[in-house]
Ligand binder design. Structure first.
Ligand code: RET
Length: 275
């Protein structure tokens, strides 16, 4: 029979759904973002200053490297001022043993602005390395596209709602990363020998430094964004250290070596500068 308002409402549910758990930025994370913003601005100024007495035709690495830290300054300004961020909600993991499995969600703050930064700066970093190693345009282009696919996959992974979406995109990103290493590190190791011992030694150390550092990013992503095993602040701190090494420290190393090693010069042709 059709229920009427006089019928018993039925048993009261015994499991009260847990509200979503929020993981978000704290004071430490906030301060860290502002500090890195300041460091990126200072580095940009310093790199621009380093190119002062260098003729335009020899300023290729200076221009690329300064654009990298300028882009990072913009992205850190955006993140520090509370922009370019959203909450990504996923079903809670069973590692929260103290909570009955009632299917609550975990909403973690994601700074998607990072991925916009990486989509611009990682291709520029690869360009620095490719030019240094004398890698041809074809391999450079393939590496850059694989790299953009890697970063966009990371962005999609961070916004995914199901495990398939998140870990699927993550896996696609990791495969793309292997192509980047293949085209730049392995291929570059072969082409750089034509540029002499000095450049070969510089490229080997810079490429090793780069790919050891870069490999930390997917590991951090897996632990922090994938498995939610760290706080948002810890994630911000780790990425801050990695970003400072991958951008200002990489840039200092490259530009100072370039200054004392004439063979690092690239013949960039007439479009770049008229002599
Ligand atoms: C993601 C997740 C998907 C799989 C892989 C990733 C790699 C990211 C890397 C980022 C490098 C950033 C740098 C920033 C500069 O400061 C997107 C985390 C492989 C390698 C160097």
């Amino acid at each position: 029979a059709k229920p009427t308002h006089t019928d018993s409402p039925g048993p009261i549910p015994t499991v009260i759904p847990t509200p979503p758990q929020f993981q978000e930025i704290g004071e430490t994370g906030h301060r860290t973002l502002w500090v890195v913003f300041a460091l990126m601005v200072l580095s940009s100024g310093f790199f621009a200053f380093m190119s002062w007495n260098v003729p335009i035709s020899k300023r290729l690495y200076h221009v690329i490297t300064t654009l990298i830290t300028i882009t990072a300054s913009l992205s850190y300004f955006a993140m520090a001022s509370g922009h370019v961020t959203s909450f990504s909600c996923t079903p809670a993991k069973d590692h929260h043993k103290h909570v009955p499995d009632v299917g609550y969600t975990e909403c973690r703050q994601v700074f998607w602005g990072r991925y916009v930064d990486w989509a611009i700066t990682t291709p520029l970093l690869l360009l620095d390395l490719s030019l240094l190693a004398g890698i041809d345009g074809a391999h450079t282009l393939m590496a850059v596209i694989a790299d953009v696919i890697m970063v966009l996959s990371g962005l999609f992974a961070s916004q995914g709602e199901t495990a398939t979406q998140r870990w699927g995109w993550y896996a696609i990103g990791c495969v793309s990363y292997l192509f980047v290493i293949w085209h730049v590190a392995l291929h570059g190791a072969r082409t750089v020998t034509a540029k002499g011992r000095g450049v070969t030694r510089l490229f080997s150390s810079l490429a090793l430094f780069t790919f050891v550092l870069w490999t930390a990013y997917p590991i951090v992503w897996g632990i922090a964004d994938g498995a939610h095993r760290t706080t948002v602040d810890t994630e911000i701190l780790i990425y801050a250290v990695l970003d400072i090494l991958a951008k200002p420290v990489f840039g200092l190393w490259l530009l100072f070596s370039h200054r004392s090693l004439a063979e690092t010069n690239v013949d960039v042709g007439g479009w770049w500068s008229h002599g």
